[in-house]
Design a protein around this ligand. Structure first.
Ligand code: UDP
Length: 356
């Protein structure tokens, strides 16, 4: 069997790759490398356990740090793995700092690079994820896109269409493969907030908290706020307190969190994956940001962008709660099989041909 490497950067990568890894394992000698960027049990190992993903073969242990130190450390450690294992290709998913480090190290060694989740664009250059995804897409030898418009983005940037495939969104298979476990009779809203632009810009974090406080005053519905370690640190650094009605809770396991998304009357989030899951369940959802790369969901009317003005955020919330959301159906099916077939077929063609 041909040897390949599949990279896991952070929590959503384990989730999205969970079904794909099981398929790749059947056809390839698949080496799983975890960056170690997420290292707490409830941000890493719990997802391997709940999604039945076998343990990684390597953990690069890069932990947290500045973007430069994370990417640099990952490249140094990952290069050693690549030289030792000499895979025929490397699979990278997403747009986090680990994905960037994995992609750079792979490409520098002229090993064919496959990027899953290619071509999404928020057009917001402040977002670290936007910079990462643009660089990775341009390095990748094969860009696996979720939707046709993502392929169009790549072609507009001059990427050869022959380097682009459209397969659907693997999150739908993952959501359908598991049984959510959470249940609560009382109504609640659910919040996740972890993006740099919402945590590191003091004014924005203040606006998010003010908005949530006013929302509770208006609706009197409990707001569960998933408190990531970085959010906790930034709250302490800025001396911010949670307003009345906002209940901070630790990061949840996938089965528990999916159940919360399903049962919540409203989800407010700056996450990319959470908005997709809400769209699959038909849960009203607001993106707490000024831009999004999930434009399909805005166009379908199942997700709304709040912007960063507190009054506008409240108005957007009223609008989102005022209509019934139909679960989306455009994410496709058999996505992991499609990805696997594309990789098997093309692994026969990888050669030293450097033309793009
Ligand atoms: N998630 C989870 N527990 C939580 C919060 C989120 O299991 O407490 C899951 C969620 O269902 C989704 C993924 O983690 O599948 C989203 O991760 P994150 O928001 O960190 O990443 P992004 O999608 O923004 O890249």
């Amino acid at each position: 069997m041909k040897k390949i490497v599949t990279c896991i950067g952070i929590r959503p990568d384990i989730i999205r790759l969970s079904q794909i890894i099981k398929k790749l394992d059947k056809h390839f000698n698949n080496i799983i490398v975890d960056s170690g960027q997420h290292y707490d049990y409830n941000l890493n190992k719990i997802f391997y356990e709940q999604l039945d993903v076998r343990p990684s073969d390597f953990n690069l242990d890069i932990k947290s740090g500045t973007h430069a130190s994370q990417v640099a450390k990952l490249m140094i450690e990952f290069e050693k793995v690549l030289i030792k294992e000499a895979p025929v290709f490397v699979v990278v998913l997403g747009d986090n700092n680990s994905s960037l480090g994995f992609a750079l190290a792979t490409s520098k060694l002229n090993i064919p690079l496959i990027h899953i989740e290619a071509g999404m664009r928020s057009k917001n250059w402040i977002m670290p994820e936007e910079k990462n995804r643009i660089v990775i897409d341009h390095l990748a030898d094969m860009n696996i896109c979720y939707l046709p418009e993502h392929k169009e983005n790549l072609i507009r940037e001059g990427i050869n269409p022959r380097r682009c495939w459209v397969v659907g969104n693997p999150i739908i298979e993952v959501v359908h493969a598991v049984q959510p476990t959470f249940h609560q009779d009382d109504a609640f809203y659910l919040v996740t907030c972890h993006r740099a632009e919402n945590l590191e810009i003091k004014e924005n974090l203040n606006k998010v908290l003010t908005f949530l406080g006013k929302l509770y005053q208006k609706k009197n519905i409990e707001i569960k706020f998933i408190l990531m370690p970085k959010a906790k640190n930034m709250m302490e650094k800025y001396g911010f307190e949670f307003p009345e009605g906002i209940i901070p809770i630790p990061p949840q396991g996938f089965l528990e969190f999916l159940g919360m998304e399903k049962e919540a009357k409203l989800v407010l989030t700056d996450s990319g994956t959470v908005v997709e899951e809400c769209a699959i369940f038909g849960t009203p959802c607001i993106t707490i940001r000024e831009s999004t790369e999930r434009i399909d969901l805005i166009e379908l009317g199942v997700n709304s962008l709040s912007g960063m003005d507190v009054d506008q955020m409240l108005d957007t919330t009223e609008m989102a709660l005022s209509h019934k959301i139909e679960p989306v159906t455009h994410y496709g099916n058999n996505i992991s099989d499609k990805i696997c077939n594309i990789l098997i077929g093309n692994s026969l063609n990888f050669s030293k041909n450097s033309s793009r």
